[in-house]
Write a protein that binds this ligand. Sequence first.
Ligand SMILES: Cc1cc2nc3c(=O)[nH]c(=O)nc-3n(C[C@H](O)[C@H](O)[C@H](O)COP(=O)(O)OP(=O)(O)OC[C@H]3O[C@@H](n4cnc5c(N)ncnc54)[C@H](O)[C@@H]3O)c2cc1C
Length: 574
Amino acid sequence: MTFKHDIVIIGAGLAGLRAAVEAIPSANVAVVSKVLPTRSHSGAAQGGIAAALGNEEEDHWEWHLYDTVKGSDYLGDQDVIEIMVRDAPRAIYELEHMGVPFSRRSDGRIAQRNFGGHTRDYGTAPVRRACYAADHTGRVVLDTLHDECLRRRVRFYAEHHVLSLVFEEKRCAGVVTYNLVSGRLDFLQARAVLLAGGGCGKIFRTTSNAFATTGEMLGLVYQSGLPLQDMEFVQFHPTGLYPLGILISEAARGEGAVLVNGLGERFMERYAPRIRDLAARDVVSRAILTELQAGRGVGGEAYVHLDLTGLGERKIREKLWEVASLARTYAGLDPSRQPIPVAPTCHYLMGGIPTDGDGRVLADEKGNVAPGLYAAGEAACLSVHGANRLGCNSLLDLLVFGRRAGRAMMEEVASREGRISGPVDPVPAVQERLNLLTGQEGRERADDLRQQMQSLMMDQASVFRTEGGLKSAIGLVQRLQERLKRMAIRNRGRIFNYELMEALELQHQLALSEVILTSALHRRESRGAHFREDYPERNDATYLKHTLVFSGLPPRVRYKPVRITRFQPEARDY
Ligand SMILES: Cc1cc2nc3c(=O)[nH]c(=O)nc-3n(C[C@H](O)[C@H](O)[C@H](O)COP(=O)(O)OP(=O)(O)OC[C@H]3O[C@@H](n4cnc5c(N)ncnc54)[C@H](O)[C@@H]3O)c2cc1C
């Protein structure tokens, strides 16, 4: 069937919902989510949202700007970072007014805590800048925004899987969805489409990300001939619960937990003498892996300890109960008495779909836009995080730029008169593609191919990379893409056909793996989360620029300049 809306938003995480709240008063808005909306990964965010409120101690947006630029290893675009950090206090108070139950100080003001890379006075000491609701911040903000959307009568298409973007003379005119419950394909027609489908952490074997984090929005954009930006920058969070990779929030270190190696040493003193365990994530992840490679893991194993025992039971119960519950459930230990085994886990994609400051998708390195198409959230790349994101800056990014995208779409919709003419019904072509896939003869299994992809990405493209490793990984990914053509789908049913959906996700994941590897291969330097053992230094003369990759055989790589307004690149130490 065909449904008409002014605005269709894909993704019910914080980026999508914040955009919906903004656009709904004057536009007819629909939100599509392949999972139940409140199961979006944003609900798993624990630690907090960064804003220089200065409730605990002196703080300024200029310091937040500096920290974000430095954290990004000078690859972030400073004009958009400035928009974000200046808007941060407003974004927090807005949530407060919507009813988000932030943790409070005894004087009633919103409490704030430390987080990695957030400092006072341009890097001299840690500053308490993260606003939080215990350690379930994402959950309460997601529920609040979801309620707001229901109250404002946003139309939800829950458990609808977007399979295809529809273009009419290069303008995005809607999407085709698969309704998991009924098995039906629908065309959701729109004047503006927002891609807020989250990141792609599931490409790697060990990740903190939810199962749905498969990066299809990125895949669909790439498939449409549009570029992806800075995809070599994938963040590994230092403290994944070993061996599962489930996140132990940085809030733990923010509240005073410390990292300890197998010799009982607080090894971060060697890597970041000034702010130690509160250094930026890329620095801490590399430090942990360096300790492990030197044989200083705990008991000779591939993990170090995160020690919360000095915090006291009460603080853990009040501020870190989610961390404690994860440690109890998945490792069977009580963090007020025993240290938690941790190792780096794939966490966040700094790269993504290039956009301007209002979420408009950029079609090339010259700044031309793809009409009708917007992106926000982890799927987008503005770039406010550059080569490495600071903790608590993602939720902030979603709120600030989700809102701006919602507003820009609303204005675009209002300025274009008349009905949407609508392209030829795109559903039969998508159905045909599904039929071909389910009718395919072969013995390859999606599960198998996925596991091989995840292992090879983990081995060759996680924290440390080399030319040889990346080249061999590209060859292997291409072989997996060949084998994908011989994949058999056993489930021929129409409803809840997860096997078919996972096969489609895998097609995108393999394409994105190739983009990550290609971008990483071409960047012959080390910057932020991208560390090349064969080029261990940052090289501003050649590589202070954003990577764009377009699809092709092989993928085509281009570059565009970084926008620097206030802070020239400097040596980066903590
Ligand atoms: C465990 C964890 C803890 C974190 N903690 C913090 C923190 O404390 N502070 C912070 O700033 N950041 C944190 N982050 C990062 C932050 O939570 C994420 O970057 C952010 O939530 C991403 O939000 P989003 O709106 O872009 O997408 P998501 O919340 O990931 O939502 C994606 C949405 O897209 C939908 N979707 C995807 N593909 C399709 C499709 N094909 N069809 C239909 N729908 C689709 C999904 O159903 C979902 O609704 C954390 C991340 C993790 C994993």
